[in-house]
Design a binder for this molecule. Structure first.
Ligand code: HEC
Length: 275
């Protein structure tokens, strides 16, 4: 009787301590998080108007096939004129992205190209140097070399700059030889830099804000979606197996289970004589 009472007492005290520990952890976390959250809401001190474009995330999801299909269409309409994807064939893309042969032929393959062809731009390399000073690079691995967020930021930070031959410039790639090819969709914008210029916390050109000079065919939200889909597609092209890999996990787990079973049988066989 005394024993069980003591036991219950002990249990009660342990439970009490656990509750106390959890409560103080929660309180600690809340205290830690709330100033950070408040600072984020206020947008920091002294630079409320600054645009932190280096913090923009692509937020693309490679398993979203509808987004990848839209991205492929975007690429074929707006990029393949200058950029190639030299490791990707049209038919592989169609298979991975659930695009029918008919859709592929009708909407994505340029006239004269075959499904077995690689996605190559017809843009003559030598002329790139003449026109832009630099040839448009192959974009097969661009999201792997520079990151998806970078490509997203690059496509969203073109601004007018009358001093440049292309009449535009780019925050992510200062002096970019690529013209602002999406300005029909996004509209034209001017960059307002803080008085005195300077660099921001990321070491890049600080930006106060963008000013819309003329509107584009898309709303800002639609344009973000357009860029996100395009980056998503480039991210798939950089590593096409990403899309397949998701279905692969379950087979790997099954293989490991079967393998463990075999290993166990083998162990039984080895130790038979000893026992
Ligand atoms: C009129 C030709 C042209 C078109 C169309 C074009 N680009 Fe470019 N692009 C270029 C050139 C030229 C460069 C090289 C820029 C440089 O190095 O200064 C480039 C560079 C790039 C880069 C590399 C930037 C870096 O940091 O090195 C990316 C990414 C890119 N383009 C994406 C795109 C996407 C996505 C599209 C379609 C929406 C597109 N481009 C359409 C000409 C073009």
């Amino acid at each position: 009787m005394v024993d069980s009472l003591m036991h219950r007492n002990l249990l009660g005290r342990t439970a009490g301590r656990i509750v106390l520990a959890v409560a103080s952890l929660a309180l600690g976390a809340a205290l830690l998080v709330s100033p950070a959250a408040r600072a984020a809401e206020e947008g920091g001190h002294g630079e409320e108007h600054a645009v932190h474009w280096q913090g923009w995330k692509a937020g693309n999801v490679v398993s979203d096939k509808a987004s990848l299909q839209r991205g492929a269409t975007n690429f074929m309409n707006y990029c393949v004129g200058c950029h190639s994807l030299k490791y990707m064939r049209y038919e592989r893309m169609a298979k991975d992205l659930d695009i029918s042969t008919e859709q592929l032929r009708k909407n994505l393959i340029p006239t004269g190209a075959k499904p077995t062809d690689y996605i190559l731009s017809t843009f003559p390399k030598a002329e790139g140097e003449v026109w832009f000073g630099r040839s448009p690079p192959d974009l097969s691995l661009i999201t792997r070399s520079k990151g998806s967020d970078y490509v997203y930021q690059f496509l969203k930070t073109f601004y007018v700059d009358e001093t440049k031959p292309t009449k535009s410039n780019n925050l992510a790639l200062d002096g970019a030889a690529m013209p602002a090819v999406l300005s029909d969709l996004e509209g034209v914008k001017r960059a307002v830099f803080p008085a005195g210029g300077g660099v921001d916390a990321h070491g890049a050109k600080a930006l106060e804000r963008f000013e819309q000079v003329s509107p584009g065919a898309l709303t800002p939200e639609q344009f973000d979606g357009f860029v996100r889909d395009t980056v998503n597609y480039l991210s798939y092209v950089g590593e096409p197996t990403q899309v397949e890999r998701e279905g692969l996990g379950i087979w790997i787990v099954l293989f490991l289970l079967v393998f463990t079973w075999f290993a166990w049988l083998l162990k039984l066989e080895y130790w038979k004589e000893v026992h």
